[in-house]
Design a protein around this ligand. Structure first.
Ligand code: SF4
Length: 251
C-alpha cells in the first residue's frame, strides 16, 4: 500500500473534542465511513453507505469545506494535515481517528498512522468490538477511546467478551472507556461494565456519557447520573460528561 491507498471518508475538520478525557482539546478529526454496529442513538452521517464525496475543511475551524470524491486518496489527507500543522502550528493537540468505526479500515490505518503520527499524537475513537484489528495498530496509537455498549441504550447485544478483549489490548496505550447511558439503562449493565474494567485495571478512566440531544438537552434524570457514578465506585476515576460539542455548537 502507498500514499495512493484510498478509503471512504465522511469529513476532515478541526474542532473541539466534546467527549471523554480529552474534552475541550482542539483536534483534527478524520471521520471514516461505515460501521459494524447500528446503535439506537446513532446520529453519525455516512454510516450505512459511503457518501459520494468527503468534506475537507481547508482552513482549520473555518468551515470552508470542499468536496473531494470518495474513496479518498491518503496523500490528500496527509497534505491537508501537513498544511494545518505547518500553517497553524501548535493549535491541535492530536488527530482524532473516528467514524463510524474506523477499525473497519484497519489495513489502511496500518499504513497511514505512522505518517500521521509524525505530525501529531493519535487518538482513536472506536466502538471497541474489533480487538483483532486493534492489536497490530497499537504501536501507532497514543490514546484509545473505546465504547462499552450497553444493550439498553444502544440496542446492541452480546458484545461483552469483545469489549473485554479489546480493552485488554487497548490498555497498553492511554485508554479510557465511554459508556452511553440514558433513562433505560439498568444498574446491572453499569456493574458489568465496571467488572470488565476493574478486571484489567481499576485506574482506567470510565466516562459515563448521558445521551445528549442535538439541541444540547439531556433527557435523563440528574439523580440517575449520580446513582450510576456511585455504582462505579470500585473504579478510581469515573466522570459524568455529556456530549459537550452539541451545546457549544461545534461539529
Ligand atoms: S458504533 Fe458509533 S457510529 Fe457505529 S452505529 Fe454505534 S453510535 Fe453509530
Amino acid at each position: 500500500m502507498s500514499k495512493n491507498a484510498t478509503a471512504a471518508m465522511v469529513e476532515c475538520f478541526s474542532s473541539i473534542q466534546g467527549e471523554g478525557i480529552l474534552v475541550g482539546m482542539r483536534q483534527a478529526f478524520l471521520r471514516f465511513s461505515g460501521c459494524n454496529l447500528s446503535c439506537a442513538f446513532c446520529d453519525t452521517p455516512g454510516m450505512t453507505a459511503p457518501p459520494a464525496a468527503c468534506q475537507l475543511e481547508i482552513t482549520p475551524g473555518r468551515r470552508d469545506f470542499i468536496e473531494v470524491p470518495n474513496p479518498l486518496c491518503f496523500s490528500r489527507v496527509l497534505t491537508l494535515i501537513e498544511s494545518w500543522t505547518a500553517g497553524w502550528p501548535g493549535i491541535h493537540h492530536s488527530i482524532s481517528i473516528t467514524g463510524g468505526e474506523p477499525l473497519l479500515h484497519g489495513a489502511f490505518l496500518a499504513e497511514w498512522l505512522p505518517q500521521l503520527r509524525k505530525l501529531l499524537p493519535i487518538h482513536l475513537e472506536t466502538n471497541g468490538t474489533l480487538p483483532a484489528v486493534l492489536k497490530p495498530l497499537m504501536p501507532h496509537l497514543d490514546y484509545v477511546a473505546m465504547d462499552i455498549k450497553l444493550p439498553s441504550a444502544s440496542g446492541c447485544e452480546g458484545l461483552w467478551d469483545d469489549h473485554r478483549e479489546f480493552l485488554r489490548i487497548a490498555s497498553a496505550a492511554k485508554a479510557f472507556v465511554k459508556v452511553v447511558i440514558d433513562q433505560t439503562t439498568e444498574d446491572w449493565e453499569i456493574q458489568r461494565a465496571c467488572e470488565i474494567i476493574a478486571g484489567i485495571d481499576r485506574a482506567i478512566p470510565l466516562i459515563l456519557q448521558p445521551v445528549t440531544l442535538n439541541d444540547g438537552t439531556i433527557p435523563m434524570s440528574p439523580l440517575r447520573m449520580l446513582e450510576f457514578q456511585e455504582l462505579a465506585g470500585q473504579l478510581k476515576e469515573v466522570r459524568v460528561i455529556p456530549q459537550t460539542h452539541k451545546f457549544m455548537g461545534q461539529l
